[in-house]
Design a protein around this ligand. Structure first.
Ligand code: ISJ
Length: 184
């Protein structure tokens, strides 16, 4: 994915303003402001794990820099994982951490590997979270890592929000995959 080539980005909208348009079974998952990891651990009856697809320096979409209030071409740590329930791919998650945010508690992100990011974020009593946005993620957006794409690419629902630790922002986005939808 070369996002700065102005590839067509998903149409992100404030979740609260479009909640009536969301698919009913997925609505509580898209709107929940708690830890998705915690909810998936419960939903999978603790058969939950994180598959790290890639983590390294990269770029975001133009709209992501704007949401993070970061200058374009700001160096970003890009982390892409699949959250699995009972060994099956349930959620593709993509997080963007500006290099300027990699300080203090967020330094631990560099060695996170396949431990869930949520544990790092939600254990911090001073963590703040911005509004949740939702979007339909279409195959032409090229948003999913190749390992997260299903054989039959279909429109999927995703959500994203900015988290703040010590006022430092990072963007977390999550796309619910077909095998998760079939468990609802
Ligand atoms: C932010 C959370 O962390 C989850 C775990 C992630 C990871 O390990 O990269 C990314 C997004 C989330 O689905 C959460 O649990 O809500």
């Amino acid at each position: 994915m070369n996002p700065l080539s102005h590839q067509r980005e998903p149409h992100w909208r404030d979740a609260k303003q479009v909640s009536w348009q969301l698919p009913k079974p997925l609505m509580p998952w898209l709107l929940d402001e708690g830890s998705l990891t915690a909810r998936l651990i419960e939903h999978s009856k603790r058969a939950f794990d994180v598959e790290l697809l890639q983590q390294g320096w990269g770029e975001g979409f133009v709209g992501e820099y704007r949401l993070l209030n970061s200058p374009l071409r700001q160096k970003m740590l890009v982390r892409e994982v699949i959250l699995r329930g009972a060994g099956r791919p349930w959620v593709f998650a993509r997080s963007l951490v500006p290099v300027t945010s990699l300080q203090g508690r967020l330094k631990a992100l560099k060695q996170l590997d396949n431990r869930p990011l949520g544990a790092l974020l939600f254990q911090d009593p001073h963590m703040a979270r911005g509004p949740i946005q939702v979007a339909e993620i279409l195959p032409e957006h090229g948003y999913l890592h190749p390992q997260a794409q299903s054989v039959q690419p279909t429109p999927l629902w995703g959500r994203r929000s900015v988290f703040y630790l010590d006022q430092q922002p990072l963007l977390v986005s999550e796309v619910f995959l077909p095998e998760f939808l079939s468990t609802l």
